[in-house]
Design a protein around this ligand. Structure first.
Ligand code: DHB
Ligand code: FE
Length: 280
């Protein structure tokens, strides 16, 4: 049976790409965030996942406002990155496995999730940078990737509760696979931030920290909130934390905390990082 080994969740601020490119990620500003990955690198060396399922939100590279699927799953053997205008280096293509993706897509549709399948999919900073953070020394990402994109760009957005259900279904599908593959779940986005409007720069440390704690002890805690309540609590872009919910639901069951870091700010965002390991 396929195994889900753990879950990593992290913020995906574009300037992470600049910090890496300019080799300033160990300076005073960036080190508190980047150092959060040290225990994760050690864990990855020991655990060596074969496949990473990435819950993330596209910000206009693959989908624009004219066509906005709520949930979409990549079904390609390769995913390309392109210049998004942030001034960060474009990363090499990411390996996919169309056959494996289709198993997930089929399982989701059987479980009544009406998802969009993408045999071509460009991946943006929300996908590329977290993978670069996991494998910083590799020229290209060494594992197979499966992108699962959740709309947080244009209302209406799926509810936190629905994202949790999506993640749970993905976890069940993986665990029912007759395969020796080892999976890591990655959820990217958040934590609190708002990039525009009157509340630009808004951060809610108290909510973020309660949310991070809930990932360990009450994973469905944040599903009690509507999207408008979440936007109130964590800002218009902080709603990206629904990726963490999907990832945590995919992991399921009991967990051991391997890494947990919270640092404010990186760019305009509260930087949160977690690695939870699956325990039976
Ligand atoms: C920032 C954060 C994001 O999540 C994003 O997608 C773009 C920018 C920021 O804090 O600058
Ligand atoms: Fe974002």
């Amino acid at each position: 049976m396929a195994e889900i080994m753990g879950m990593v969740t992290t913020s995906h601020v574009p300037s992470i790409g600049n910090a890496i490119a300019k080799n300033v990620h160990h300076n005073e500003y960036w080190a508190p965030f980047f150092n959060g990955f040290d225990p994760i690198h050690a864990w990855l060396k020991d655990h060596r996942p074969d496949v990473v399922v990435v819950f993330y939100n596209d910000h206009g590279l693959n989908f624009f406002l004219d066509t906005m699927p709520t949930f979409s799953v990549g079904a390609a053997n390769e995913y390309t990155n392109e210049d998004e205008g942030w001034g960060i280096p474009t990363l090499p293509s990411f390996k996919g496995d169309a056959g494996l993706s289709w198993k997930i897509i089929e399982g989701l549709v059987q479980r009544e999730f009406d998802i969009t399948s993408c045999q071509k999919m460009k991946v943006d900073h929300a996908f590329t940078l977290p993978l670069k953070l996991l494998w910083p020394d590799e020229a290209s990402c060494p594992v197979i990737t499966i992108p699962i994109c959740i709309n947080t760009v244009q209302f209406p957005l799926p509810s936190a509760s629905r994202c949790y259900q999506l993640g749970k279904a993905v976890g069940e599908i993986i665990q029912s696979m007759d395969s020796d593959l080892k999976f890591l779940i990655l959820g990217t986005g958040g934590l609190s931030h708002q990039l525009d409007g009157k509340r630009a720069g808004f951060i809610n440390k108290k909510f973020d920290q309660t949310f991070m704690q809930s990932m360990i002890t009450h994973p469905a805690w944040a599903t009690q909130f509507t999207n408008h309540e979440l936007v109130e609590e964590v800002g218009t872009q902080g709603i990206e934390l629904i990726m963490w919910l999907a990832a945590r639901a995919a992991l399921g069951g009991h967990v051991k905390t391997i890494a947990s870091t919270y640092h404010v700010p990186i760019s305009n965002t509260a930087g949160g990082i977690m690695l939870l390991e699956h325990v039976d």
